[in-house]
Design a protein around this ligand. Structure first.
Ligand SMILES: Nc1ncnc2c1ncn2[C@@H]1O[C@H](COP(=O)(O)OP(=O)(O)OP(=O)(O)O)[C@@H](O)[C@H]1O
Ligand SMILES: [Mg+2]
Length: 403
């Protein structure tokens, strides 16, 4: 059978999905069951800004653990805010920047400036110049900016608070003038904010919205609503939804719940049946590690992925808890051959390792006794290696097909 025939056959085969993309991490749902009170709180905090956008600004912290709707809540709120502003002819913009992807003060500011002026060149400006440019843009077009800094933990973990200081100082300087910038700071762990200086902290502390993990009952509602959008009628019964909600309720994590539903749907498609069975949900559970976010792989460059694969292969081969940079480099060179890529130089490799650590995909520590000299030991969080390797290999296949 030709490869294209297999592809055609798969395309034609029955599926439980109406629209798979509605279960993806990137999709922002139009309603957020069980987050109405938090949304209301956010709206209340911003009422002053909405009524008098140039006389007031606001700073709010959204916090809570993984997958509990911080990003979704902020984006939904941003949409409501912009719709209200448009209807009332207020020049207010909501800009959402992910600090894990844009991992420096410069990249974040450039993203914000680009939102207003896409023709600004990618290079040639310092962060101070970008800040100045933004100031000018907001002033000349009479804009109030609501800036959501998502996954801010990544910036704070790097001890790069300067952007936050810049933005807060900027607002302070405008105390009696026109207020141009409001902030929504999104963090998993509020502890990272405690190292900020007292002045900055005190202006933030009062407006804190904590999102609690979801119960099984709440996850059931979220899953049911999303199943209606993403799956065909009768493709999933209530007992399967309940089972998935129960599995994910241990962590209260909606992302994990939705991914389980998607995976279970894939197993039903594989078995060529039109309804997801409890066994498919169980299989899905065995496949997914809740701490590990598939979408992070999609954001890594090809060589970041190759380095990560080298680390996984090393640890697998030696059944070890840690490996060394030297061993990783040797494996990386072989893997580059396998993927027909030219290996990057040693210093670049070291940068990749630091980036992967920053993203919490790996851990590093200095060796103690027993290893010659001082060397960096590289380990992985507790997701099983075979899961990581499978996911990574799939993602490498897709990135290579795209190039
Ligand atoms: N109340 C809800 N109703 C519907 N979908 C939800 C709800 N809460 C979360 N989700 C969905 O769950 C997934 C994870 O939510 P989100 O990305 O907002 O989590 P997060 O708190 O930002 O997690 P992280 O800390 O990992 O960034 C998304 O697909 C989101 O649409
Ligand atoms: Mg998020």
């Amino acid at each position: 059978m030709l490869l294209t025939d297999i592809f055609e056959e798969e395309l034609q085969s029955s599926t439980v999905f109406r629209d798979e993309s509605k279960l993806s991490a990137a999709y922002v749902p139009s309603s957020l069951p069980h987050r109405t009170s938090e949304l209301r709180e956010l709206i209340r905090l911003f009422l002053g800004v909405m009524k008098n956008p140039c006389k007031m600004s606001q700073q709010v912290i959204l916090s809570g653990s993984i997958g509990i709707g911080k990003t979704a809540l902020s984006k939904c709120f941003g949409k409501i805010l912009e719709e209200y502003a448009k209807a009332h002819k207020i020049n207010l913009h909501y800009v959402h920047v992910n600090c894990r992807r844009k991992k420096s003060r410069f990249l974040i500011l450039r993203e914000v400036v680009h939102h207003f002026n896409p023709t600004v060149p990618h290079r040639g400006y310092s962060p101070e110049e970008l800040l100045h440019m933004l100031d000018h843009l907001l002033e000349s077009q009479n804009i109030h900016l609501v800036l959501a800094l998502d996954e801010l933990d990544f910036l704070l973990r790097k001890n790069d608070e300067s952007l936050l200081y810049d933005l807060i100082r900027w607002t302070d300087e405008q105390l009696n003038g026109v207020q141009r910038v409001s902030l929504i700071l999104i963090v998993r762990d509020r502890a990272y904010l405690k190292d900020l200086d007292a002045g900055t902290l005190s202006s933030l502390q009062n407006n804190h919205i904590y999102l609690a993990p979801y119960s099984a009952f709440q996850l059931k509602d979220i899953l049911q609503e999303r199943a209606q959008e993403s799956l065909l009628d009768f493709a999933v019964k209530l007992d399967v939804i309940n089972l998935i909600a129960d599995i994910a309720s241990e962590r209260g994590d909606a992302r994990f719940a939705l991914e389980l539903l998607w995976r279970a749907g894939k197993y039903a498609d594989r078995d060529r049946i039109t309804s997801i069975l409890p066994e498919h949900a169980r299989l899905a559970k065995a496949d997914i590690h809740p701490d590990f976010r598939k979408d992070i792989f999609q954001e890594l460059s090809l060589h970041h992925r190759l380095v990560l694969l080298s680390i996984i292969r090393q640890l697998k081969k030696h059944r070890a808890a840690y490996t060394t940079t030297g061993s990783v480099e040797a494996t990386y060179n072989i893997i580059c051959e396998e993927y027909l890529e030219t290996p990057r130089k040693h210093t670049q490799l070291w940068e990749y390792i630091k980036d992967l650590e920053q993203l919490c995909l790996i851990t590093t520590k200095l060796s103690g006794k027993g290893v010659r000299g001082k060397t960096t030991l590289i380990g992985l969080p507790d997701a099983p290696l075979f899961l990581l390797e499978n996911e990574l290999q799939n993602s490498l296949r897709s990135v290579k097909n795209d190039t």
